[in-house]
Design a protein around this ligand. Structure first.
Ligand code: C5P
Length: 316
């Protein structure tokens, strides 16, 4: 019956692509002195965690431009305009490939916002992959990584996922071998910390005289990863930005202490903070640490998860 057929056609949803990209924790973050380009050379071991940002790119009529909606627990704290990294990613990919930047983006937040866990970077990575698939631009992986690096230092890692050593600004990545699954607990704050401010505090604390950094400093950590030994990994966790984050947010010292009292294998500030990461022996232990943080009122929200997790990929 023609009537039924046309109403079905009218109801067909426009094509869309959904992509998931992970947040991260820095197992090690070693920061050198500020360079002339305004960045710090660093060596970092990144691990992707199974807390995902999800970006859906939906086709819109030609000339409609880019639009953006956001949902999730802390969606209100996220900009919905062209300052959003997902928006910038779509714009950059369109410019790079010569297609018109027409897409409706929807971001579902699954990583603490402004927490030092690369939630915004994961949005950018997911948006790149989603728009590349929607627009059928077929950008080679190596070029996608370059676009990612232009969007932010952590974006390439969110594309890659798993565990990797980052050098340069953190964007030059070498995958690291790991065994097994690690259990993490995160204490997040609803008031984020600005990454440039934390780096500035680092410059002040080190009076611009930070020592040069090298990958050889993480030998014990890399061995713990290869062995799948969470106890050794916990002992090797390291973050040069931790004191800087603590200087801006002194109460994080108590959050770290509580994790240690709850026998976390290791506890550090994640990246530039203010999220605190604790490594647990097992899922049960992770839940116990989470319960302790909650009972002590040490965090605005507490998240348990596993790692490593995959990089940005299309989901059905
Ligand atoms: O690369 P991204 O835009 O994420 O960096 C945000 C800010 O963090 C930079 O503008 C810079 O102030 C600081 N940063 C740094 N050294 C790095 C990475 C970031 O100083 N390696």
């Amino acid at each position: 019956r023609p009537g039924t057929r046309s109403s079905r056609l009218a109801a067909a949803p426009p094509p869309s692509v959904r992509v998931r990209a992970p947040g991260k924790v820095n197992l090690s973050l070693r920061v050198g002195p500020l360079d002339d380009d305004g960045y710090h050379p660093l060596v970092s071991v990144f691990q992707a965690v199974a807390l995902f940002e999800e970006v859906t790119a939906t086709q819109v009529v030609a000339g409609a431009g880019i639009s953006l909606t956001v949902d999730g627990p802390q969606a209100d704290a996220v900009p919905r305009d062209r300052t959003n990294l997902a928006w910038k990613a779509a714009e950059l990919l369109a410019m790079h490939t010569g297609v018109d930047p027409d897409v409706a983006l929807h971001v579902r937040k699954g990583v603490p916002v402004a927490g030092g866990m690369a939630g915004g970077s994961a949005d950018a990575a997911a948006a790149l992959v989603a728009c590349d698939a929607l627009w059928e631009t077929g950008v080679p992986r190596t070029e996608l990584v370059e676009l990612a690096a232009a969007l932010g230092s952590d974006v390439p890692f969110c594309l890659l996922g798993h565990t990797a050593v980052g050098t340069g600004r953190g964007q030059l990545l070498t995958p690291a071998m790991t065994r097994g699954e690690f259990h993490w607990v995160f204490a997040a704050s609803h008031t984020g910390l600005s990454t440039p401010q934390v780096f500035a505090a680092f410059d002040e604390l080190t009076r611009g005289g930070a020592a040069a950094v090298g990958v050889e400093d993480d030998t014990a950590l890399m061995q713990a990863l290869r062995a799948g030994d969470p106890t050794a990994l916990g002992a090797a966790l390291h973050n040069d930005l931790q004191d800087a984050a603590l200087s801006l947010r002194p109460e994080l010292a108590r959050t770290l202490e509580i994790a240690r009292e709850a026998h976390a294998l290791g506890a550090i500030v994640s990246g530039s903070g203010p999220t605190v990461a604790a490594l647990a022996r097992s899922r049960q232990h992770a839940l116990a640490i989470a319960a302790t943080w909650t009972a002590e009122g040490a965090a605005d929200s507490v998240w348990t998860t596993t790692a490593p997790a995959h990089g940005a990929r299309v989901v059905a």
